[in-house]
Design a protein around this ligand. Sequence first.
Ligand SMILES: Cc1cc2nc3c(=O)[nH]c(=O)nc-3n(C[C@H](O)[C@H](O)[C@H](O)COP(=O)(O)OP(=O)(O)OC[C@H]3O[C@@H](n4cnc5c(N)ncnc54)[C@H](O)[C@@H]3O)c2cc1C
Length: 324
Amino acid sequence: MTAPNGVWVYAEVRSGELRPVSLEILGRARAVADELTTHLVTVTIGAGEGLARELLRYGSDEVVAIDDPLLDRYDTRLYTDLLEREARAGDPAVLLLGATRDGQDLAGRLAVRLRTGLTAHVTSLEVDPEHRLVGWVPGFGGGIEAGITCPNHRPAIVTVRPGVFPPPTPGEARGEVRWVRPGLDESAFGSRRVAFQPKGTGVDLTRSDVLVVGGRGTGGEFDRLQRLAHRLGGEVGATRVATDAGWVERERMIGQTGVVTHPKLAVVLGASGAVQFTVGIEKAGFVIAVNRDPDAPIFEVADLGVVGDLAPIVDRLVKELGEA
Ligand SMILES: Cc1cc2nc3c(=O)[nH]c(=O)nc-3n(C[C@H](O)[C@H](O)[C@H](O)COP(=O)(O)OP(=O)(O)OC[C@H]3O[C@@H](n4cnc5c(N)ncnc54)[C@H](O)[C@@H]3O)c2cc1C
């Protein structure tokens, strides 16, 4: 693949902040652009002056900032229109987005409009010897890894899972911001905001150094886990069973369909260790597992395993940490 028109990254802004996944992608995209011997462009919508300039510190050669006071809220149709317009004009070889709710929404629509391919939810990116971008996606419940390319159409659109690439350290600003001012009024929006009520707690487990993770074996007693997380200065995470049961918010689900985390410490309580779950903690620095079944697969990924009933173990830990 020749890539004269660059690798593009869509940098998502939410509640006045850059989404961490966008920065993670930028760290990796710089290397991808270098390997494809092309430039790196960051496109952002509604970022405002400060964030657009901040993006120059993450290795892009150019930041395209689509800006309007009305763009502080996401609108599926409008955001797709704006990105489509830029992508048609710039004709990039690659467009990378975070596999967030909005990123997935945009990626699918853009792929249809631009008549190109979409590789969704990749966990790694590489450039093959023929200079094609390959996105790797776990398939069949984590049993295989599929490498997907888009050789005949452009841009190759790819969504990247949060937490799979380390966040880059910002450096010296380089490149320039190119401002695009579409001049909007309310009629540009496909929806009207009546009120804004955020769902969930807004917690981002990929940012936490310590996670206390509960599964079915907790019986839903997440207050207990919360106390331990509090003592350890961490956050509570959960398996799919626990989030499906409504014991904690969906945003705390770890694993293949949840978030991929990389804490320094993960304490996993009452989770069997299904592969769809463990892919979300395999990058943890140290894993402690408590399970009453000595044959539970979670012990295969744990650095320290404790066989026993989790409730008294957690209560004792909370007590002793409190005293310490
Ligand atoms: C396509 C697909 C995607 C999926 N994505 C995800 C995902 O992203 N994240 C995810 O988590 N799952 C995912 N799953 C589901 C996954 O396969 C498992 O079903 C799930 O992770 C199991 O959750 P669990 O470990 O809490 O429950 P279980 O497998 O039921 O395990 C409960 C464990 O608790 C132990 N236990 C019970 N009582 C106690 C006690 N008192 N003290 C100590 N231990 C106790 C038991 O011995 C058992 O090992 C996915 C499945 C599919 C098919």
